[in-house]
Design a protein around this ligand. Structure first.
Ligand code: ATP
Ligand code: MG
Length: 613
């Protein structure tokens, strides 16, 4: 596995329309405090970490003692397991950890938590690197790339285990898995000591060495910390810290046939990297006593630097209508319920990005949801709101017709002249005149939205119906005369007449009073576009509610593809360009399906939240 040598070598693909660091800095003053900020501020005020040394790379107590005073005031880490693509929950964690490091003069390490040999893949490593960069963060500091992999610490972990054994704090247990489970007890029953619990350190050391040498079969023994089989916290009832598993590891190959358990590995990874604040999600709260027990032991033994890291827990992100479990997202991909990890309906960072989300929108979202100590659900509209609030002030406007119906202006030739095309213009952005104007023409035939015509109008319908006048936005007022139908009775065209001297922006244009304004594109110059209309992937607010198979709650209408038209000013646009299609919402040219004769747009989100309960 290789990491980019410097931040510059990995081109940031941050959208040209956005600048996350700028947004974050601008918002610094308004940044709301939270319990983690308070902890860090208190620790800094008390100089808790001021004397820490940093050996220039991760290492044991001696390594760091030989280093300089750490120029990083705090050290945090983002520790993904490279077993899938990152999702919106990870984006929260990335913004939190890297954001705190940035705000308090610290650094945040990117650490691949790859101690489990079975599920990991370099494809995921690359996508994680990409996702963190795309969000606008980096892990380099003073020419030092702070990207680490936990499997590089296997040697130290083995040494730490040997230390625990020799100090009488760990033993090799050869009970069967079933016996171990039974003897662990439960909430109402204390555990029962293993018959192997009182082996001498010498016996244990020898046996552990045999485990390592491959003398025992997979599962035949585990190394357990020797703590307290009667502890009310079941995690302290002699937890397993090493297991035998003959598996080829993507980094260490076949060097090891024993692997550390996550609960043992993680605190050690933090300690070797001199992490000060190890921020994790609430489900690890019950593990904190073991985290401290282990690091206290290793600090006492002089193996790791002091003060050792501390763990703090925050509530993971739960987002309505969204699944945030790599395993379940993998299932959607493997069962082809979506087109891949980057399907625009996926809450993965690659999916959100292809959908048209910007780093700015995700930063604002992370800021708005904050961090809490208790679990809750965040409403999906908070995510979409963050998107609209970041896109609205910057993205260009355009007109598009998504469900086209032809409108014929029957008196065009008389009023404007045969074959004449009339030039119309509109601001690229209504509040930013410096973004300039866009131009598009109008002729005898234009595409309008099918829903903008009603033969017999419902009450309150102010758009096109026979006898009514509306304005074609940025162009003329027209008066509807009727429609044409095919043999099946379907409307195939609408007819209207131009009202002379009403063109927008010309003197007297406002004298014709109309209640409706409709968007349109000119038939002869419109660009054909495929538009993918995305909806939420799940119909249930809590995707796993009311079923033991979350697939039952998939929204069958989460993707609708329409063939529409967009204004000619969009000719030649690049992939990944965002627009607000007037009246319709926010759209982006697809990152993958781009460059053919037809433009493909993804709907990022509609203008307003249409899922209001
Ligand atoms: P999953 O359950 O989806 O596999 P995970 O927690 O196992 O997620 P990791 O790769 O171990 O995934 O997570 C890396 C970091 O991201 C961890 O520090 C974890 O706390 C954080 N994280 C994962 N999911 C969320 C979430 N929904 N909200 C906030 N942080 C999260
Ligand atoms: Mg995990």
């Amino acid at each position: 596995m290789t990491f980019p040598a410097s931040p510059k070598s990995s081109a940031s693909s941050t959208s040209s329309l956005s600048n996350p660091s700028k947004l974050s800095n601008d918002k610094d003053s308004s940044k709301s405090s939270n319990f983690l900020r308070q902890i860090i501020e208190k620790d800094l005020a008390e100089d808790l970490y001021a004397k820490r040394r940093w050996g220039g790379s991760p290492g044991d107590a001696a390594h760091h003692a030989a280093g300089e005073l750490d120029s990083a005031k705090i050290r945090l880490r983002f520790p993904p397991e490279p077993n899938g693509y990152l999702h919106i929950g990870h984006a929260k964690s990335i913004c939190l950890n890297f954001g705190l490091a940035r705000d308090y003069g610290g650094v945040c390490h990117l650490r691949f938590d790859d101690t489990n040999p079975e599920k990991e893949d370099t494809e995921y490593v690359d996508s994680i690197i990409d996702a963190v960069h795309w969000l606008g963060f980096d892990w380099a500091q003073a020419g030092n790339s702070q990207a680490y992999q936990a499997s590089d610490y296997f040697d130290f972990m083995y040494r730490a285990a040997q230390y625990l054994i020799s100090s009488g704090q760990a033993y090799v247990d050869e009970q069967s898995a079933e016996e171990m489970r039974q003897n662990r007890g439960d909430f109402s029953r204390p555990g029962i000591d293993s018959p192997y619990r009182n082996r001498t350190p010498e016996e244990n050391l020898a046996r552990f060495e045999e485990m390592r040498a491959g003398a025992l079969a997979d599962g035949a023994a585990v190394l357990r910390a020797k703590i307290d089989m009667a502890s009310p916290n079941i995690n302290l009832r002699d937890p397993a810290i090493y297991r035998i598993r003959r598996a080829t590891h993507h980094n260490t190959g076949d060097k090891w046939c024993i692997y550390p358990m996550y609960t043992f590995a993680h605190p050690i990874e933090d300690a070797l990297e001199q992490i000060t604040h190890s921020i994790c999600t609430l489900e690890f709260e019950d593990q904190r006593p073991f985290y401290d027990w282990l690091l206290d032991c290793l600090a006492t033994g002089g193996l790791i630097a002091s003060p050792h890291p501390r763990q703090y827990e925050f509530a993971r992100l739960n987002l309505t209508y969204v699944l945030t479990s790599k395993r379940k997202l993998a299932q959607l991909v493997n069962e082809k319920r979506v087109s891949g990890w980057d399907d625009p309906r996926m809450p993965t960072i690659v999916g959100l990005r292809r959908r048209g989300y910007t780093p700015d929108a995700l930063h604002l979202f992370a800021e708005r949801i904050g961090v809490a100590k208790g679990d809750s659900w965040i409403d999906y509209s908070t995510l979409e709101g963050s998107l609209r609030d970041t896109l609205d002030p910057i993205v260009p406007r355009a007109m598009a017709v998504l469900e086209p119906l032809k409108l014929v202006l029957d008196n065009w030739d008389e009023v404007m002249g045969h074959g004449v095309l009339d030039d119309c213009s509109a601001p690229v952005h209504p509040h930013n005149p410096e973004q300039g104007k866009r131009h598009f023409d109008i002729g005898k035939e234009v595409w309008i939205e099918r829903s903008d015509f009603e033969e017999t109008p419902a009450k309150g319908f102010f758009r096109l119906f026979p006898g009514n006048k509306v304005r074609l936005k940025y162009a003329h007022v027209i008066e509807c005369t009727g429609c044409e139908k095919n043999a099946e009775g379907e409307i195939i065209a609408v007819h209207a007449n131009l009202v002379a001297d009403t063109k927008s922006g010309t003197p007297g244009a406002d004298s014709a009073k109309v209640k409706g304004v409709i968007t349109w594109v000119n038939v002869s110059s419109a660009l054909a576009a495929q538009v993918r209309l995305y909806e939420r992937l799940f119909v249930q607010e809590h995707p796993e509610a009311g079923t033991d198979n979350f697939l039952d709650n998939l929204n069958p209408d989460s993707l609708r593809v329409v063939e529409g038209y967009v204004e000619p000013s969009l000719a030649g646009i690049a992939a990944g360009q965002r627009f607000q299609f007037e009246r319709h919402g926010y759209f982006v040219t697809d990152l993958h399906d781009h460059g053919d004769e037809k433009i493909v747009f993804n709907r990022i989100t509609s203008m307003k939240d249409s899922w209001v309960k």
